[in-house]
Design a protein around this ligand. Structure first.
Ligand code: NAD
Ligand code: ZN
Length: 276
């Protein structure tokens, strides 16, 4: 987990000129794409991929299997109770956390930029909860449930009232979370929506808190770069995109976005109407 507030923690120092330049570009942009990963929710206390409560990192002593097996499509077909057990742990972690200022600022930017798209790999639902309206959650959202047999679907605020594994009220088949499990293909509809957005292009593209390992995460950044659109990375660690982007902010998402937001408000005469 990142971001502990111990006395030995190194304070991030933000480059004001860099922040100011990014705010200037945002103030002129008519469209912006924000690609986000586990790092933006790390600032809400949710561990990144390497450590969902230790889930991704260790073999579970009880089941003796890696998380890639426990949270796989094959396991869902064979032993839905096992998948639900681990998804429930993820949901409990989300339930005790809330979206942070970084998520909020991406939502607030919609008041300022005509077309804002958030493309996230996160399954926590925090962008939606923070108020972003155009969210493409490519790996799904654990709060969206669907029947494995019929077309029944439901979005729940949490799993408090679910019996595990839940069954469909319509046909009694097993209900599953509408997330992409290991070994499953990406869902077509959100992917097509994303492709359509990419085809329209963006004035500025951000990659925030993702290790950017998946090609579909890196590609929009590479594409924007090739079209000479400004690209920004916010990540305390370096990734394959770090050398590619025009602007790199090596700090946490919440701190960086807060600084950009303050600088942006300072540039806009309508500042007071731009929200908190
Ligand atoms: P990842 O764990 O591979 O990478 C996280 C990235 O965030 C790293 O590059 C890290 O340096 C960076 N980071 C850490 N703290 C940060 C902070 N405070 N601010 C900004 N960046 C920070 O995550 P990924 O690239 O999103 O891929 C992980 C996969 O696991 C995805 O498929 C996702 O669906 C899933 N996942 C989801 C959640 C969630 O929903 N919150 C959490 C963990 C994993
Ligand atoms: Zn059903």
């Amino acid at each position: 987990m990142t971001g502990g507030a111990g006395p030995t923690r190194r304070r991030d120092t933000l480059d004001r000129k860099l922040i100011d330049e990014i705010a200037r570009l945002l103030s002129q942009a008519k469209s912006a794409l924000f690609i986000t990963g586990a790092g933006i929710s790390a600032d809400s206390g949710l561990p990144t991929y390497r450590g969902i409560g230790g889930l991704y990192d260790r073999r579970n002593p009880e089941d003796g299997l890696p998380i890639e097996t426990l949270l796989s499509g094959e396991m869902m077909a064979r032993r839905p109770d096992v998948v639900w057990k681990y998804i429930h742990e993820v949901e409990l972690a989300c339930r005790s956390a809330v979206p942070n200022r970084g998520h909020e600022i991406l939502a607030l930017l919609e008041e300022h930029i005509a077309r804002v798209v958030v493309f996230t790999q996160n399954v926590d639902g925090f962008h939606r909860q923070a108020g972003s309206t155009n969210v493409i959650a490519i790996h799904g959202d654990i709060h969206d449930l669907r029947c494995t047999r019929c077309d029944w679907r439901q979005t729940v605020p949490d799993y408090a009232t679910l019996a595990f594994p839940p069954s469909c009220p319509r046909c009694r088949a097993v209900v599953r979370p509408d997330v992409v499990l290991f070994g499953e293909p990406l869902p077509e509809a959100p992917f097509q929506r994303f492709e359509a957005e990419i085809a329209r292009g963006f004035d500025i593209v951000f990659s925030i808190g993702t290790s950017a390992l998946f090609p579909y995460v890196a590609r929009p950044v590479l594409l924007a770069k090739s079209e000479r659109r400004p690209t920004v990375e916010i990540n305390p660690a370096t990734t394959d995109l770090s050398e590619v982007v025009d602007f790199r902010i090596a700090s946490g998402a919440r701190q960086a976005l807060r600084a950009i937001w303050i600088a942006l408000k300072g540039k806009n005469p309508r500042a007071t109407r731009l929200g908190r």
